[in-house]
Write a protein that binds this ligand. Structure first.
Ligand SMILES: C[S@@+](CC[C@H](N)C(=O)[O-])C[C@H]1O[C@@H](n2cnc3c(N)ncnc32)[C@H](O)[C@@H]1O
Length: 360
């Protein structure tokens, strides 16, 4: 495909063949062209579908490669030559698409900046990378997933990339569930059929129409450790909604790290009061002095066994760079992230993940 930019070495990055690693529907590609070639031939032949997919790929390219996005934004629209083919005729269709969607790419760009401000550090992005990899390797395409304590739906696109078919997101916070629903309704190309409900996940509940392949709970089970009853209700809820052999996927803080955490300007763990398992957690711009509870691993495993779960995998976040050193998605995602500062590394290492299998 030829376009005027192809003859200008400064504009070659607009080409669909320019090396710009991107993840699309859970798979990594080196270029937009490669991702497009991987699409079924019906898609490639059908004009409408072709445009739709190419638009998605161009979005993915510029969303996932911030430097290219900045460069693209820097080309003035008045430089119409960029968007025309070398014979001076109409822009070729890829360039026309980039041009057409430049304003929405710009919007994404500003949203991204807003998000970066809110998320403050790359810590959240590293945690997101862990969840992305876990979702991509533990959640088979076509699955039904229940996300307990799902928050504001920040993981929606991870489920979309994993090609989840049905998704139930539950959280006790009504505002978070509304935000998750809003994000879902505003996102283009919803291939996941998602339902959002306000639900206390630490009391018994049964949504009979939901039988899941995977129940996930990220960064939240520690709140249940306020009492053995809450832990038990949480596990019973998960078991009740899982198919036999279903997966329970958890990320949560490590007791040993929490108890020995050395406070920094951005993060503190404060044990005080009569309950030795309760602490106050502060993470600047993310978690403001929230009461949390240590998760004694032996206690979690015993309680889980009582509800028919068996631990299959259990890893510390601190081990992931070695465990996943050959994991393609992990490498793609983390290559783009700023390295963690010394202080943020300590917060990252507070966490662990566990995969349990429902055995009966
Ligand atoms: C740290 S956030 C994690 C959100 C999301 N899972 C994620 O990984 O981004 C913890 C979430 O747990 C939710 N939560 C706390 N207690 C809960 C309960 N009893 N039932 C349901 N959700 C709860 C909070 O409202 C909050 O959204």
């Amino acid at each position: 495909m030829k376009f005027a930019g192809a003859t200008d070495p400064n504009l070659g990055f607009l080409s669909t063949r320019y090396p710009s690693p991107l993840v699309h529907i859970g798979r990594e590609y080196k270029t937009v062209a490669e991702a497009f070639r991987a699409c079924p031939s019906q898609v490639q032949k059908d004009l409408e579908r072709r445009e739709e997919v190419m638009r998605e790929l161009i979005h993915a390219k510029f969303q996932q490669n911030p430097r290219l996005r900045m460069r693209m934004m820097a080309i003035p629209l008045s430089e119409s030559g960029v968007w025309r083919d070398s014979s001076g005729q109409d822009a070729d269709w890829v360039c026309a698409l980039v041009q057409r969607y430049r304003s929405s790419l710009r919007q994404d760009h500003y949203n991204q900046i807003d998000k970066t401000v809110v998320e403050r550090s790359s810590l959240v992005q590293w945690n997101n990378a862990v969840k992305s990899v876990l979702t991509s390797i533990m959640v088979p395409p076509g699955s039904t997933v229940i996300d307990l304590c799902a928050g504001k739906g920040g993981d929606l696109h991870k489920y979309k990339h994993a090609q989840v078919q049905r998704l139930l997101m539950l959280d006790v916070a009504e505002a978070s569930i509304q935000e998750a629903k809003r994000r879902y309704e505003n996102s283009s190309q919803n291939t996941v059929s998602a339902t959002f409900l306000v639900q206390d996940c630490f009391v018994p509940f049964h949504h009979k129409e939901w039988v899941a392949d995977v129940v996930a709970c990220h960064f939240a089970i520690h709140y249940a450790f306020e009492s053995p009853e809450k832990v038990s209700h949480f596990l019973a809820n998960a078991a009740r909604h899982l198919k036999p052999d279903g997966t329970l996927l958890l990320t949560f803080p490590r007791e040993d790290k929490v108890r020995t955490f050395a406070d920094t300007d951005t993060c503190s763990v404060t044990f005080s009061g009569s309950d030795p398992s309760r602490y106050t957690f502060f993470l600047r711009d993310c978690v403001h002095h929230v009461e949390e509870y240590v998760v004694p691993i032996a206690q979690l495993k015993h309680a889980a066994e009582r509800h028919g779960f068996q631990v299959e995998q259990h890893h510390m976040f601190s081990d992931l760079p070695i465990l996943w050193k050959n994991q393609p998605l992990w490498n793609t995602l983390t290559r783009r992230l700023a390295p963690l500062s010394h202080d943020d590394q300590a917060v990252f290492e507070l966490y662990q993940w566990m995969l349990m299998r429902k055995t009966n």
